[in-house]
Design a protein around this ligand. Structure first.
Ligand SMILES: *Cc1c(COP(=O)(O)O)cnc(C)c1O
Length: 420
């Protein structure tokens, strides 16, 4: 696609020291669509939970590419497994049997106690599969206009169906008409679900994040999922859990819903499942299993051999190194330490989360903190305007957690003191 002129410009762009440039200058030179406000830093390599930028400066990564780099950066065993697979086969097509896919499906179903898996390449695709599955399930029951209950402040992705399911006007604005068939209720509110059940007989499923990620690391009351499971059973609805951000060991269990001791009918995964190789998965069980038949859904890339080896290796290392239990321990330490260090700080509203998905809600917008942390060699994120979000890799050690606390807590304290 590049003509020689563009290519020349592209090459020179990469040679420039963009770290020293104001974002407006970088933007005016870029041929990228303007979909992200990018921070003025670019990384050249990483090791474990550390990243180095093009100036040689080192950063502690407490975000892991938004819960993606499960094993940190450049994990030697993952690198070796991927390299070996690349030298054999990257892609063949789902027109053929792919043994690695069978192994991935087997493993995910064993861990989740579910029955079948559709493999794709991202979270929104996994949710698209779930939404299509729910609609097909509804039609199979004679419901012509199936509806799915979704939550306020939910995030399910950027495709048309998933942005319509998302509970954030900023994500939807300008992309109307939205996809129909979603009924929105407040998060963590069982009465609202009961009310919909009474009045809407087209409902076929509930789609919910066990912990809302983008929505501000919001957690559910411990009994909510238990009760929701019962309501779904009573009405023959599918309980569909979006574990794209909170799944794959992050909360200290393989899947966040396992803390509630329930089983979903459908669960979606992505982000951490391939430790950086793009992989998404939609799992089904019980009355949701067997819904799709050949021709109902598909993906060209989904579950190719390289992606599958990324999943198999990630899960194998997590098991061997007991990273799920480790996430629970380090996460607990992090949360407790944050509570202790920030206990008396005015402006800290709440510290919440589970395992290594942690939010620190402040009483004011705090996007500035991301840049201040960056300057200090620390990568964090702010979501929902005023929630500092920590999503470190599953290999994050207690020693690294201490370094994070030593950098982050003073930044928060200074930030809040300035505004007071
Ligand atoms: C990130 C995310 C998605 C979207 O995943 P993409 O891979 O960006 O499409 C969906 N649901 C949740 C809960 C997420 O955190």
């Amino acid at each position: 696609m590049h003509n020689p002129g563009n290519l020349a410009q592209y090459t020179s762009f990469t040679e420039l020291n963009t770290a020293a440039m104001p974002p407006s200058v970088i933007l005016s030179m870029s041929h990228l669509m303007n979909t992200y406000t990018r921070l003025p830093v670019s990384f050249t390599h990483g090791e474990g939970v550390w990243l180095w930028d093009s100036n040689g400066k080192r950063y502690l990564d407490a975000l892991s590419g938004i819960a993606v780099n499960t094993l940190g950066h450049a994990h030697p065993r993952l690198t070796a497994a991927l390299t070996e697979q690349i030298s054999k086969l990257i892609h063949v097509s789902n027109l053929y049997q792919i043994n690695e896919q069978e192994a991935v499906a087997d493993k995910l179903c064993t861990l989740a106690n579910m029955q079948e898996v559709f493999l794709c390449n991202s979270g929104c695709e996994a949710n698209e599969a779930a939404i299509k599955l729910a609609r097909l399930y509804g039609h199979q029951q004679g419901i012509d206009n199936p509806a799915i209950i979704v939550m306020e402040k939910a995030f399910h992705g950027r495709t048309l169906a998933t942005l319509s399911a998302t509970g954030n006007r900023k994500v939807q604005a300008g992309f109307e008409p939205l996809v129909k068939g979603f009924v929105r209720v407040p998060y963590d509110d069982l009465d609202a679900i009961h009310q919909v059940a009474e009045h809407n007989h087209d409902v076929v499923a509930v789609l919910i994040e066990p912990i809302q990620g983008e929505g501000g690391i919001r957690t559910l009351d411990i009994h909510y999922l238990e009760q929701l499971r019962k309501i779904c059973d009573q009405h023959n609805w599918l309980l569909m859990l979006d574990e794209v951000q909170c799944g794959i060991g992050r909360t200290g269990r393989w899947f966040a819903h396992q803390h509630a001791g329930i089983l979903p009918d459908v669960m979606t995964l992505a982000k951490g499942v391939g430790s950086g190789i793009p992989v998404g998965a939609c799992l089904a069980a019980g009355k949701a299993a067997g819904t799709f038949k050949p021709g109902n859904h598909g993906s060209t890339f989904g579950g190719n051999p390289l992606a599958c080896v990324a999943v198999l290796t990630t899960l194998a290392i997590m098991e061997e190194d007991q990273l799920v239990a480790h996430a629970a321990t380090v996460g607990e330490f992090l949360q407790q330490s944050l509570r202790t260090r920030l206990a008396t700080v005015a402006g800290v509203v709440e510290i919440r989360g589970q395992g290594l998905i942690i939010g620190i809600e402040l009483n004011r917008p705090c996007g500035e903190l991301v840049k201040q942390a960056l300057a200090q060699g620390l990568l964090i994120n702010v979501t929902a305007d005023n929630v500092i979000r920590l999503l470190p890799a599953m290999v994050f050690t207690s020693a690294e957690a201490l370094q994070l606390l030593d950098k982050l807590c003073p930044l928060i304290i200074d930030f809040l003191a300035q505004g007071a």
